[in-house]
Design a protein around this ligand. Structure first.
Ligand code: UT7
Length: 324
């Protein structure tokens, strides 16, 4: 028996900012953003949209594609770094809005690896008699983006992606996974204020401490190494070689990180899903958003082997290998 992805869905808000829009906001250029990150445009949540609103639409689409009704869900796990509010969890807000019964629902925080962590947790529930688990990656990073900082503001977009995980006895399903973390370099990517260490105050707002702080080039090096490690270890656990993969779905942070990872795995880029040109870095949403695109465009078909790898704040990283 295995946990398998029975349905997938995603949602991106309507508003789009392209690189030329950023030329009017900070000292940057379309050429710099495209060549250094690979991003051309990103979707931005409307003023009245919070993370749970994006997640709701992605969840509805995933439930429809799985043919599962919300009343038959047994758990909701949301990976997010930008919940609607510190508490209650975004998952609880979704339980109510989706009309699910009084099932258990919770958020997990693992930076951009949040969706894969959530999937790993959900797999364990599914294999222990909780069928139909809704797993979501949803973030509105643009709400904590500093639009005066050119080194970060051009990178992020908002989105949500969701899958329904079920238990089945076919060859399809999750074959192996690997998760890791190392908190020793946490300062390289963090949001300083708003938590218990630095509660909100006029000073924290004046000093712009409620926004993403990132030392991009340091994060870059760690990301390539960690995503490759995650890929190699996950593949090894299932005794599968990279050459057998139909598709690699990496976290979409930077095209150069993706290309370097693919090169180290000896994978040609036509077997790597890239959509960050249209969405930027959508944090926990990036992998389910890319998976949804892969399924809808036929790049992933039944029985294909797919490897998802991510890296994010913490630092956290991980890989999940499945047969679709
Ligand atoms: O999702 C979680 C994980 N996050 C990531 O994986 C992000 C990893 N990092 C990156 O994607 C890249 O490091 C960035 C895209 C953020 C930056 O690219 P980089 O090639 O590492 O640039 P850099 O930070 O080394 O900066 C090079 C130069 C600097 O100027 P000087 O000091 O050489 O004069 C920056 O000030 O580029 C400058 N720069 C910019 N110039 C124009 C930085 N941002 C911009 C910008 N427009 N938007």
């Amino acid at each position: 028996m295995r946990a398998y992805i029975a349905g997938v869905g995603s949602y991106t808000p309507d508003k789009i900012l392209n690189n030329f829009d950023f030329e009017k906001i900070v000292d940057t250029s379309d050429e710099w953003i495209r060549t250094r990150s690979g991003i051309q445009e990103r979707h931005i949540a409307a003023d009245n949209q919070a993370t749970s609103d994006l997640a709701f639409f992605a969840a509805k689409r995933a439930l429809k594609s799985a043919g599962v009704k919300s009343k038959n869900l047994s758990a909701i796990v949301v990976g997010t770094a930008t919940p609607d509010m510190p508490f209650p969890s975004t998952a609880c807000l979704l339980q109510k809005r989706l009309g699910a019964p009084s099932i258990f629902a919770f958020d997990i925080s693992a930076g951009c690896t949040g969706f894969l962590y959530a999937l790993g947790i959900a797999e364990n529930f599914v294999m222990n008699n909780y069928d139909n688990v809704l797993v979501i990656g949803a973030d509105t990073l643009t709400r904590i983006t500093d639009y005066t900082d050119r080194t970060t503001c051009v990178l992020f977009g908002d989105a949500a992606g969701a899958v329904v995980l079920k238990k089945g006895n076919s060859a399809s399903g999750i074959l192996a996974s690997h998760f890791a973390s190392d908190g020793s370099s946490w300062q390289l990517l963090h949001q300083p204020a708003g938590g218990s260490r630095m509660p909100p105050s006029h000073e924290t707002v004046d000093q712009r401490l409620h926004v993403i702080k990132m030392q991009g080039n340091e994060v870059f090096k760690l990301a390539v190494r960690a995503m490759c490690d995650a890929a190699v270890i996950t593949l090894k656990k299932a005794n599968v070689s990279a050459s057998q993969l139909k598709l690699l779905i990496p976290h979409q942070a930077n095209i150069r990180i993706i290309e370097a990872s693919a090169k180290r795995l000896h994978l040609p880029m036509d077997r790597v899903l890239v959509n960050l040109d249209r969405y930027g870095n959508t944090s926990t949403a990036s992998i389910p958003l890319a998976l949804d695109e892969a399924v809808r465009t036929g790049r992933v078909e039944k029985d294909d082997l797919v490897l998802m790898v991510a890296f994010g704040a913490g630092f956290t990283w991980g890989g999940v290998l499945f047969r679709y």
